[in-house]
Design a protein around this ligand. Structure first.
Ligand SMILES: [Zn+2]
Ligand SMILES: [Zn+2]
Length: 357
C-alpha cells in the first residue's frame, strides 16, 4: 500500500496553525497576534512621527535628539521579536501516544465492550517531586500520563508542559519552552510604555519652554502627545501589573494556573527551591529542545500498534515519545499507591499530599 509521505505537522492532531512548512507553530487564534502587533506598532509610529521627529534637533550635544528616535525603533523591534518567539515556537507540547498505556491495563477486568475510553487502568498516578508526592493525571485525548505541572488546554488541544496559561494576545499557550520569552515580552512592553510616556511628557515640557507657555497650550499644539500619554498610562496598568504578577510567580516558582487553582488550598508548593534558584530556572536554565520534529516524515512503524501486543513489543514499536515521557515523569513503580480515577473528579493534575507538616 503506497501512501503519500506525510510530515508530522501535516498529520498534527492539535489545533495549531503551522507556517513555512511546519517551521513555525502558532496557536489556533494566531490572528489575535496581528491585533497585538498593531497595538504596539501604531502608537510607536505615531510617537516617531508626532513626537520624536520634533525632538531631533532639540538636544545639540551628540545628536541626542536622534537617539530618542533610534532607541524607540530598535527597542520596538526587540519587543516584537520577543512576541514573535513566544508565539511561534512549541510551548512544550507533550507527544501523544497512539494507544492507551497497555502496561497499566488490568487484563483480567477487560470485557468485549471495552473501548479505549472505558479500558480499566488507573487514571491517576503518583510521582515524587523533590521528595513530595504529586499526582499526575492521565489525559484521555493525548493518551499519556501528564508530567507534573502539565495541563491539557482544550482550545489548542494539546498537553503543554509547565502550562502557565493560554495567552490570547500571543495566541499561543505559554509553557515550559516559551515562558521566558513571554515574560521578557511583557516586561519589555512595560518599559516601552514608560519610555513613550516619558518622552511625550518631555516634548510637552519642551513646547512649554518655547512658544506655548502653558500646559494647555502645549497639549493643544500636540494632541498626539496627550493621546500617547493616556494610552501608555492605561497600557502600563495592564502590562506593568502583569509583569509584577509574573515576577512574584517566578520568584516563588508557580505557574499562573497553579496560582489560581491552588491559592486557597494551602497546599505546599513542591517546586519552590528558594527565590534565587527559582529565578535562575526561568531566566537562565537551558530550555529543552522540542519533543517534536514537525517537518520530519512520519515513519511507518509509528502507525498504531495492534492492542494484542505484549507491553515489551509495544514499547519498542512506539519508541521515542512514550519512552521519553516516562523518563521525564520519573514514575515511581509502586502501583499499590495508585488511586482509582473515579476518586478524583477534577479535570487536571492534582498536586499531592495535603500534609504540610
Ligand atoms: Zn492532553
Ligand atoms: Zn493554547
Amino acid at each position: 500500500m503506497v501512501q503519500p509521505r506525510q510530515r508530522v505537522y501535516q498529520a498534527w492532531k492539535g489545533d495549531n496553525r503551522f507556517f513555512f512548512g511546519g517551521r513555525l507553530i502558532f496557536g489556533p487564534d494566531v490572528k489575535s497576534l496581528g491585533v497585538s502587533v498593531a497595538l504596539i506598532v501604531v502608537p510607536v509610529a505615531l510617537f516617531c512621527v508626532f513626537v520624536a521627529r520634533h525632538l531631533r534637533h532639540q538636544f545639540h550635544a551628540n545628536d541626542a535628539g536622534y537617539a530618542i528616535l533610534i532607541v524607540a525603533i530598535v527597542y520596538t523591534i526587540y519587543v516584537l521579536l520577543l512576541l514573535f518567539v513566544a508565539a511561534a515556537r512549541d510551548p512544550g507540547i507533550v507527544p501523544r501516544a497512539s494507544h492507551p498505556p497497555q502496561e497499566d491495563i488490568h487484563y483480567d477486568s477487560l470485557s468485549l465492550t471495552d473501548t479505549p475510553e472505558t479500558l480499566q487502568f488507573p487514571r491517576v498516578k503518583e510521582v515524587i517531586v523533590n521528595g513530595m508526592p504529586v499526582k499526575v493525571k492521565y489525559c484521555e485525548t493525548c493518551m499519556v500520563y501528564r508530567p507534573p505541572r502539565c495541563s491539557h488546554y482544550s482550545i489548542c488541544n494539546n498537553c503543554v508542559e509547565r502550562f502557565d496559561h493560554h495567552c490570547p494576545w500571543v495566541g499561543q499557550c505559554i509553557g515550559k519552552r516559551n515562558y521566558r520569552y513571554f515574560f521578557l515580552f511583557v516586561s519589555s512592553s512595560s518599559l516601552l510604555c514608560i519610555y513613550v510616556f516619558a518622552i511625550s511628557a518631555l516634548y510637552i515640557k519642551v513646547l512649554m519652554d518655547g512658544d506655548y507657555p502653558t500646559v494647555w497650550k502645549a497639549l493643544k499644539h500636540s494632541p498626539a502627545s496627550l493621546a500617547l500619554m493616556i494610552y501608555c498610562f492605561i497600557s502600563l496598568w495592564f502590562v506593568g501589573g502583569l509583569t509584577g504578577f509574573h515576577m512574584y510567580l517566578i520568584s516563588t516558582n508557580q505557574t499562573t494556573y497553579e496560582n489560581f487553582r491552588y491559592r486557597s488550598d494551602g497546599r505546599p508548593n513542591v517546586y519552590d527551591r528558594g527565590c534565587l534558584s527559582n529565578i535562575y530556572e526561568v531566566a537562565f536554565a537551558k530550555i529543552q529542545p522540542s519533543k517534536h520534529k514537525f517537518r520530519a516524515y512520519i515513519q511507518e512503524e509509528e502507525v498504531r500498534a495492534p492492542p494484542a501486543n505484549s507491553a515489551g513489543e509495544v514499547e519498542e514499536q512506539v519508541g521515542g515519545p512514550r519512552a521519553k515521557l516516562e523518563d521525564d515523569l520519573d514514575i515511581d513503580g509502586d502501583l499499590s499507591k495508585i488511586s482509582q480515577w473515579h476518586n478524583h473528579g477534577d479535570n487536571d493534575i492534582e498536586m499531592g499530599g495535603g500534609n504540610a507538616n
